[in-house]
Design a protein. Structure first.
Length: 337
């Protein structure tokens, strides 16, 4: 569930007109509440719904999510309030953290200093009190007051960001799994903390689902990452199929390149299958959200599988109408997903 989808500037409250939280074509804004009957009293007691300053901060986080969460937004829209607002706040924090190292020409020293400062602001917000008036910190502090999110998950994500400041050459599947756990497994853990879980195994399975998402991201971004001197596919796989990262970027040895890609596709599929019990371990009110997010990533993976070479030519995407259709199908499935 690592968040590298789009690259538009991050909105802020100052000089920023927050767009309506209303999709252009299909109205799904009240899906969660209508489907689950979530009590309006529950929403009314949440600062995410009642505190004017928190609501303004969440509105900015919602807009960040709408404009930048290409593969998450439609699923998150299905989350009932106030958990939907909490998820917007979490996404905005993750987007901000990811942008620290993805900015142009960030040196390791400068990036490390930025992440260190960001970590301290995160630590403060996770106590439930935001020293900064910036929207993401105000919103994150409100989430920390209301949901059992773990600070260690946020710090692990930031450790992954620091590691990304250096050129990436992972040696083994163990190293790749560790990286996926840092930047995506932790996201899954935070999500189930907000959605609510009915089984203690849910957190572990959420990590597995996050790994499936991240492997899909890595496959999708192979071409772009190689241009940035980041190679997330393990060296052991390149050796196994007797090709180099440079040959993969050029697709100059098609048989070996396709074999490597299909090996990783198979592993991603295995993580999807391994995490399937998760769908029945979270609060039924949020199962449609998880189903939609998972289906979008699963279809993205299968789109890559139909022609692995395409990732060296362009970024593979699902169309917006396709993602909307998935969200509508998730709405129909409701808590029975």
């Amino acid at each position: 569930m690592e968040l590298r989808d789009l690259s538009r500037p991050t909105p802020t409250l100052q000089g920023f007109k927050v767009a309506s939280d209303r999709p252009r074509v299909v109205e799904i804004s009240e899906i969660g509440r209508a489907r689950t009957g979530e009590s309006l009293t529950v929403c009314a007691t949440s600062a995410l719904a009642t505190d004017p300053q928190v609501r303004a901060a969440v509105a900015v986080c919602r807009e960040i999510t709408r404009t930048r969460a290409g593969n998450f937004y439609w699923g998150l829209r299905l989350t009932p309030e106030p958990r939907r607002s909490a998820m917007y706040a979490i996404y905005a924090w993750m987007r901000e953290a990811d942008d620290i190292v993805d900015g142009p020409q960030v040196s390791r020293a400068a990036g490390h200093a930025l992440v260190t400062a960001f970590r301290e602001q995160t630590r403060q917000a996770l106590t439930g009190v935001a020293e900064s008036e910036e929207p993401i910190w105000r919103a994150l502090a409100a989430v920390a007051r209301e949901y059992p999110i773990s600070a260690s998950d946020f710090y692990e994500m930031l450790d992954g960001q620091i590691a990304d400041l250096d050129p990436r050459r992972l040696q083994s599947w163990d190293e790749l799994r560790h990286y996926c756990c840092q930047v995506a497994g932790t996201v899954g853990s935070v999500c189930v903390s907000i959605w609510g879980q009915t089984d203690p195994q849910a957190s572990d399975l959420a990590v597995e689902r996050g790994i499936a998402f991240q492997l899909t991201n890595i496959l999708r971004d192979v071409g772009e990452d190689l241009k940035s001197n980041r190679v997330y596919l393990p060296e052991s796989e390149f050796a196994r199929f007797a090709i180099t990262p440079e040959e993969l970027a050029l697709w100059s040895r098609p048989r070996g390149c396709e074999a490597l890609m299909r090996s990783v596709i198979t592993t991603a599929r295995e993580h999807f299958v391994r995490s399937e019990p998760l769908d029945q371990m979270i609060d039924p009110a949020c199962r449609a959200t998880l189903w939609a997010m998972t289906e979008i990533y699963r279809q993205l993976l299968e789109t890559i599988a139909r022609d692995p070479a395409q990732v060296t030519r362009r970024r593979v995407r699902l169309s917006t109408p396709r993602k909307m259709w998935i969200a509508l199908r998730a709405r129909t499935l409701g808590g029975n997903s």
